[in-house]
Ligand binder design. Structure first.
Ligand code: FAD
Length: 397
């Protein structure tokens, strides 16, 4: 009998289940997830979830009950995939083996662990609802001196959330400019200004030498010889695709599961979606792995539809999109950041409202907006339609 198995019970996996049923698939569906929570949303964890008096439950996307009743899916929580036998079409888990006819790998990514010895109490990464609960408990218990390591999106949003609580976190960033790889150097500088305008101290170009304390964290030692007192440390130092369980299987892994343009992972019936998948995106003729909410949603759907009808599998193409919320401002990026030129088409990068366009040759490839929601989403559609640079510049000015 047909059996669709989804490994990873989060956003991409959930969208895969929903799309499978909406496409008319009538076979069995089993979804396994290592966490004990039904699929929930991560973006709130570094935003409203850190506010005082926020709801304590996980920001659930769909309950186990609804997955069962509305989608006929068997959700197995607290179950971890440990291996994959592609020849036998079997997933091994810490609770036994499961046979599949189609398999979606949606194990996402996990926070990079801190490299400064065993983490002390009070030192956290921020990926899961359990991480967010621990951070919130420390804040509610009066943590005052807060050091955030990494001025990426997670660290920056956490800093904004602390700021809303009236706290003054200090951000340490190893690179001279934050977020240069994600949005380009010039716009990284604009983001650094946004922190400073809101009163957050951001120290760039300095690393962390160690984190010291006894029963709790006491100080963060920096590579310039200085030290910062700390009651709470949040390390936002990146995430890595959760692919360890695929070692030794036929599925090839290289910073993510290697897929073809249809998200096919190279073994019969096996597809991948979300943070874990690396695939050639023909919109930019580039192999990509994205860690964005919208991509997990779109790929989850596409992977399921393709896995259930491989003969008619369609290429998955997308213009990447992510947002991030800082100090009540919405930052949005569409496209890719590799540009010959970045042109500020409206507003100024020192203000709370601007739009910047990214040019490659004679083509618009990206756009960054601060509080420019409508225009950024319009540009996403136009990039998909291959709008020329000249047309893009005249359409926004
Ligand atoms: P994940 O959400 O990583 O889920 C994968 C699941 O698989 C996890 O539950 C994991 O436990 C499980 N799993 C892993 N290994 C196994 C195994 N061997 N067996 C069984 N289960 C396993 N994106 C934006 O665009 N905008 C934002 O503002 C934004 N904010 C974010 C804030 C935070 C704090 C975080 C952490 C992420 C944020 N993101 C944001 C990114 C977005 O949440 C991710 O891109 C999205 O969660 C990816 O979904 P996924 O289903 O691919 O993977």
């Amino acid at each position: 009998p047909e059996h669709l198995v989804i490994v990873g019970a989060a956003l991409a996996g959930l969208r895969a289940v929903e799309a499978a049923r909406r496409s008319g698939y009538k076979g069995g569906v089993t979804m396994i997830g290592a966490e004990s929570q039904a699929p929930y949303d991560r973006p709130p964890l570094s935003k409203e979830y850190l506010a005082p008096n926020a709801e304590s439950g996980a920001p659930e996307l769909r309950s186990a009950q609804s997955l069962h009743d509305d989608f006929g899916a068997d959700l197995k929580l607290g179950v971890r995939a440990t291996g994959l036998n592609c020849a036998a079409q079997q997933v091994h888990t810490d609770h036994g083996a499961l046979d599949y006819t189609a398999l979606i790998i949606a194990t996402g990514s996990a926070a990079r662990p801190t490299p400064w010895g065993d983490p002390l109490p009070g030192v956290y990464t921020l990926r899961t609802v359990d991480d967010a609960r621990r951070i919130r408990a420390d804040l509610d218990n009066g943590a005052q001196d807060i050091v955030i390591i990494g001025a990426g999106f997670i660290g920056s949003e956490a800093a904004s959330a602390m700021h809303r609580r009236g706290l003054k976190p200090i951000i340490i960033e190893h690179a001279p400019v934050p977020l240069a790889h994600a949005i380009g150097e010039e716009m990284g500088i604009a983001c650094a200004h946004l922190h400073r305008r809101n009163g957050t101290e951001l120290r760039c170009g300095v690393g962390v030498g160690g984190i010291e304390g006894d029963d709790r964290v006491r100080q963060v030692r920096l590579t310039d010889g200085s030290a910062l007192p700390a009651d709470l440390v949040i390390a936002g130092i990146g995430a890595a695709p959760a692919t360890q369980w695929l070692e030794g299987s036929e599925v090839k892994v290289d910073n993510g599961v290697i897929c073809d343009e249809t998200l096919f992972a190279g073994a019969p019936g096996v597809y991948a979606a979300g943070d874990v998948a690396r695939w050639p995106n023909s919109v930019f003729e580039k192999v990509m792995r994205l860690e964005h909410w919208t991509n997990a949603t779109e790929q989850g759907k596409a992977a399921a539809v393709n896995a259930l009808d491989p003969e008619n599998a369609k290429p998955f193409q997308t213009v990447p999109y992510f947002w991030s919320d800082w100090y009540g401002n919405r930052l949005q990026f569409v496209g890719i950041p590799e540009a010959d030129e970045i042109h500020v088409a409206s507003g100024s990068i020192d203000s709370d409202c601007f739009l910047a366009l990214y040019r490659q040759n004679s083509r618009l490839v990206g756009a960054l907006g601060l509080n420019e929601r409508r225009r950024v989403m319009k540009l996403r559609r136009e990039i998909a339609q291959n709008i020329s640079w000249g047309d893009a510049v005249s359409s926004v000015s």
